[in-house]
Design a binder for this molecule. Sequence first.
Ligand SMILES: [Ca+2]
Length: 599
Amino acid sequence: MDRTRGSSSPTRSRWLPGALALALGAGLGLAGGTGGALAAEPAAGPGAAHRSGAAQATEQVAEQAADLNVARNAGFESGLSDWSCGTGGAVTQAPVRTGTGALRGTPAGQDNARCAQVVRVKPDSSYTLSAWTQGGYAYLGATGTGTTDVSTWSPGSGGWQQLTTRFTTGAATTSVTVYTHGWYGQAPYVVDDLSVFGPDGGGGSDPGPAVPAAPAGLTAGGATSSSVTLNWSAVNGATGYHVYRDGARVQSVSGTSATVTGLAADTAYGFQVTAANAAGESARSATVTARTAPGSPGPGPGPNPAVPRHAVTGYWQNFDNGATVQKLRDVPAQYDIVAVSFADSTAVPGQISFTLDPAVGYASVADFKADIAAKKAAGVSVILSVGGEKGNVTINSDTSATAFADSAWALMREYGFSGVDIDLEHGINSTYLARALRGLAAKAGSGLVLTMAPQTIDMQSTGTEYFKTALAVKDILTVVNTQYYNSGSMLGCDGKVYSQGSVDFLTALACVQLEGGLDASQVGLGVPASGRGAGSGYVPPSVVNNALDCLARGTNCGAFKPSKTYPALRGAMAWSTNWDATAGNTWSGTVGPHVHDLP
Ligand SMILES: [Ca+2]
């Protein structure tokens, strides 16, 4: 349907740090290849003034990257990976100087608990070897330097203490063994943040743990009136997760689920999760919205009023787009089915939610529910419309079909809706959408009101996914109100082309559905309630009435005359009750009595 929802969805910010990291990575790669050329480049010359900014940036990175820590896993954040240790070496979580791990060496009588690593070095270069230690006697040294091997030691201490020494590599030396160990029979020693600082020997540096990625797969379930349970997928390298509620951090956990408590009943909350480790906290996950259960039992679906033989459907706008803002109680009694527009899709494929727009003016959600109950008591079916121009829901698997049925049923029970309207405008999969609707019908029972509002193009032949869906659920389908507007020219059931905005367009196109396998009681004429309710294709209410007469009685036809009459034709639909109100409710006042007067 052509309409502006007027709602604003938050724009996801782009992950700039990621782009920055990419650029830096590219710079480092270039720097490695041009390191030798840098020194040879003239300090000034004809080309110097014209060097690109990119080249200058590359050189700056190269200069910064000239010296680095050539040891791997130097902070023991990845266990003993890259290290060769005897039986006395192990990783400890306490004490650690940085991150979450450190080396604990436990010497024995014949074992000094030595751990060593072969690092790649540049020949004829100087390196500073250092490490932080505490506990018992700790040694730090290097062998295979090609010049003079070095070592240093500490008798131990109760706090962190840095050991430092230096070595120079030989003319042909490309690797050196660095080691640390304790002393025979002495107390365990702890080492963290070891560094072999000097020119890159070709092995690069160990960046340590990276900031983890944002968690994916966040879902909300198990809502009570005061809590919501969240689940998400584990993130590589994460040591914990933080949970955010409406932007504020409310909880930190080590696993991949959390139950957020202390929530208000019958309230929607937006949740996000981040992953964290020693390097920092990830970006926030996509937001999942969850609503807590009502504090007291909701009105429930109750027995649905029967839809009359001839019925008028009207869409009620849960948003302000310039049409008259109204409450459900303001919708004229001529409307037998009121489709609340629209449900929202959530991050879970197939799942829908509903949030009452404050712009509509209800004092509370309970007030809105009371209006639904009052309409129901007056014999009106208030249903929830799914879709619209901007509210698409993807149902293309058994999982998403189930998610749809479960969430739609939950909303029916919570608000008292009598059913759902399918107003999806793209990407329909008839197999799974039919499965989803059957799943809902299995829960809601025979009182379910199920309507559809396809676009004209979607109902031109029985081969389209929309038409196939309608036929696949024919036994539980109330009415299909095809939108006979916003569509230009289309084919009638006689194979002729008809232009929108005429009685023939309504009758000849409805004939496609009437002859395509739907029962006449399942066909309604969907039209704009006023000229402002659609971009094109508006016809006055008198033309709608003529089309109804033509199909149901064979009178008041235009050029197109159906070969038979369809007295059981269900009726008509208007977008929207709000646009109808804007035009003084002329549409429902004219078409409504006429529909109810059909044979
Ligand atoms: Ca560490």
